[in-house]
Design a protein around this ligand. Structure first.
Ligand code: PBG
Ligand code: ZN
Length: 343
């Protein structure tokens, strides 16, 4: 007997047992515990890295208007914040410094008593091996012109910048940083840092390189937070063109050759394809940076009541990990753990 079906065709049908469909993907979605059992992608707190903006001095805390919940803090306040974060299971931080003084040659960037080395020592003294401290290595917050290298006649010089960048990494590593993360995009800086660290008995300090870092409009809120906007021009002469993905593989493989231990793609959400390609090219861990603009857009939409913040954050983090990221640097970290958004 013929029956009406949704598709309008007359399939073989048993009166009592419904359509003969062998494959029914919905079977695995019918129970919450079964969905958990077959999930292909999982988020774990140890995959998250929480960025911090460190101020010189003591007793200071300044909210960042464009990044709700994120603040600039002096090292003493940072220790308190990290202590609370550790209780949530957030055990890896990335430090950015806001130095007391900027100069053309970024002298404060290599100061062993600079803002970041001091914060590293404070965190290591307080938490030791219970906390992983990675430092961002780049001079743009330390130069008066705001570029990520040495500038002469309006040009950002590559090779002249390398000793400065390597010196900054050395100051951080000697202060006890567990890992250094160069974000400048000068050619050859991973190799320069590796040689400098090795020459100073720090061959065990890993380098997480911002290997494929794009010239992105998504860095807007960060530049306010870190006071690192370029005073002239933009960063397109050293950061990557967003139209290029093949070139990301080239950048990544160079950094691997120079001794990078972890390679990063940045930003994350608009570059999920790049994360996937990089994942397929290297055997190293891959990190991605869920940058300030990506964070602020979610915050703004959530505050307007237009999206469910927890579900959007989870979906975004899942997307980065599904694309191939092993580590995710994200400003959502603290709230995601506090509110249980990873589950
Ligand atoms: C500095 C640096 C930037 C970010 C990390 N390190 C900004 C830039 O390159 O202009 C961006 C981080 C973010 O937007 O969250 N080299
Ligand atoms: Zn920079």
């Amino acid at each position: 007997m013929a029956h009406d079906h949704c598709c309008g065709h007359d399939h073989d049908r048993d009166e009592d047992e419904g359509m003969l469909l062998i494959e029914r993907p919905r079977r695995l979605r019918g129970r919450a515990l079964l969905r958990e059992a077959v999930a292909e992608t999982r988020l774990h707190p140890d995959m998250l890295i929480q960025p911090h903006f460190v101020l010189p001095g003591g007793g200071r805390r300044e909210e960042i208007p464009s990044m709700p919940g994120i603040a600039r803090e002096s090292a003493d306040r940072l220790v308190k914040t990290v202590e609370a974060d550790l209780k949530l299971g957030l055990r890896h931080v990335l430090l950015f410094g806001l130095p007391a003084a900027k100069s053309p040659e970024a002298a404060s960037a290599v100061d062993p008593d600079g803002v970041v080395p001091r914060a590293v020592r404070a965190l290591k003294a307080a938490f030791g091996a219970d906390l992983l401290v990675t430092t961002d290595v780049c001079v743009c917050a330390y130069t008066d012109h705001g570029h990520c290298g040495v500038v002469r006649d309006g040009e950002i010089l590559n090779d002249e910048s390398l000793p400065l960048i390597a010196g900054m990494a050395l100051a951080h590593a000697q202060a006890g940083a567990d890992m250094v993360a160069p974000s400048d995009m000068m050619d050859g800086r991973v190799g320069a840092i590796r040689i400098t660290l090795d020459d100073h008995g720090l061959s065990g300090t890993p380098i997480m390189s911002y290997a494929a870092k794009y010239a992105s409009a998504y860095y807007g809120p960060f530049r306010e937070a870190a006071d690192s906007a370029p005073a002239f021009g933009d960063r397109r002469a050293y950061q990557m063109d967003p139209r290029n993905a093949r070139e990301a593989v080239r950048e990544v493989l160079l950094d691997v050759d120079e001794g990078a231990d972890i390679v990063m793609v940045k930003p994350a959400l608009a570059y999920l394809d790049v994360i996937r390609r990089v994942r397929e090219e290297v055997r190293l861990p891959v990190a991605c940076y869920n940058v300030s603009g990506e964070f602020s857009m979610v915050k703004a939409a959530a505050r307007a009541g237009w999206v469910d913040e927890g579900r959007v954050v989870r979906e975004n983090l899942v997307a980065m990990v599904r694309a191939g990221a092993d580590l995710v640097i994200t400003y959502h970290g603290r709230e995601a753990l506090r509110e249980g958004w990873l589950r």
